[in-house]
Design a protein around this ligand. Structure first.
Ligand code: G3P
Length: 219
C-alpha cells in the first residue's frame, strides 16, 4: 500500500467552517496531483460540507445505531453524509477498549473504515486484535509540540509496526509533531504506512506548499 496522509483538523479556529473547506480543497488538489491518498478529519459540524470536496473521516464516532441517543455521532449518519470512516480513541478523545471494538464493528457494518489511535506499541498491539483498517501511534507528549515522533522517538514507530505485525497485517501510521516533508520521509523509512498530523497543516502560512512537499516525498 502506498503511504497515506491523514490530516486531523481538530477544533482549531483556523480549521472551522469555511476554513475547513479551504483546507479540504487543498488536500483534494494535492492528492490529485501527487497520487497520494489524503484523508481529512474535520469537526463533526463540517463533515457533510467537507465530504463534497475530499476524502473525509470523522474525528470520533459512537457505536450507537439510529434512535434515541442524544448527542451521538452514528455510523449511519456518517455514511449518509458521505463520510468514509472515523478516527477512534484519539489521545484527545480516548474511549474504553471495549468501545473501540464495538465502534470498529459498527463502522464496518455501515461500510465505513476505522483508524484507531494508540499511545504506544503495547496499545497498538492490543487494538490490532480488534481488526481496524488502520492504526496510528501517537506519543501524547509530542502531540502539538512541533517535535516529530519519527525523529525524536523513532523506536515508538518501529516497535509499534513490529508489535502490530505479530497480531495482524494492519497498516500502522504515526503522528505527533510531524511538521515537514523530512519528518514524513523519516516516518516512512521507519516502516510507517503513513502519517497523521494536525497543527503543522492547520496553522501553516502556506498549507498547499507544505502538503505538496509532504506528498512529494511519498508520491
Ligand atoms: O491527530 C494528529 C495529532 O494528534 C498530532 O497533532 O499537532 O502534533 O500534528 P500534531
Amino acid at each position: 500500500m502506498k503511504p497515506i496522509i491523514v490530516l486531523n483538523l481538530k477544533a482549531y479556529r483556523e480549521s472551522t467552517g469555511e476554513a475547513a473547506i479551504r483546507l479540504c480543497e487543498i488536500a483534494s488538489e494535492v492528492s490529485l496531483t501527487s497520487g497520494v491518498r489524503i484523508i481529512v478529519a474535520p469537526q463533526a459540524v463540517d463533515l457533510r460540507a467537507c465530504a463534497k470536496v475530499c476524502e473525509v473521516f470523522a474525528q470520533y464516532c459512537d457505536a450507537t445505531d439510529a434512535g434515541a441517543f442524544t448527542g451521538s455521532i452514528t455510523p449511519k449518519a456518517l455514511k449518509d453524509a458521505n463520510v468514509l470512516g472515523s478516527l477512534i480513541n484519539h489521545s484527545e478523545k480516548r474511549v474504553p477498549h471495549e468501545s473501540i471494538k464495538k465502534t470498529i464493528d459498527a463502522l464496518r457494518g455501515a461500510g465505513l473504515q476505522s483508524l484507531v489511535c494508540s499511545k504506544d506499541d503495547a496499545e497498538s498491539a492490543q487494538v490490532a486484535a480488534f481488526s481496524p483498517d488502520f492504526i496510528a501511534v501517537e506519543p501524547p507528549e509530542l502531540i502539538g509540540s512541533g517535535i516529530s515522533v519519527s525523529k525524536a522517538k523513532p523506536e515508538v514507530v518501529t516497535n509499534s509496526v513490529a508489535a502490530v505485525q505479530k497480531v495482524a497485517k494492519i497498516p500502522v501510521l504515526c503522528g505527533a509533531g510531524i511538521s515537514n516533508a523530512s519528518d514524513v520521509k523519516k516516518a516512512i523509512e521507519l516502516g510507517a504506512a503513513g502519517v497523521l498530523l494536525a497543527s503543522a497543516y492547520v496553522k501553516s502560512a502556506d498549507p498547499k506548499k507544505l502538503l505538496s512537499e509532504m506528498a512529494g516525498i511519498i508520491g
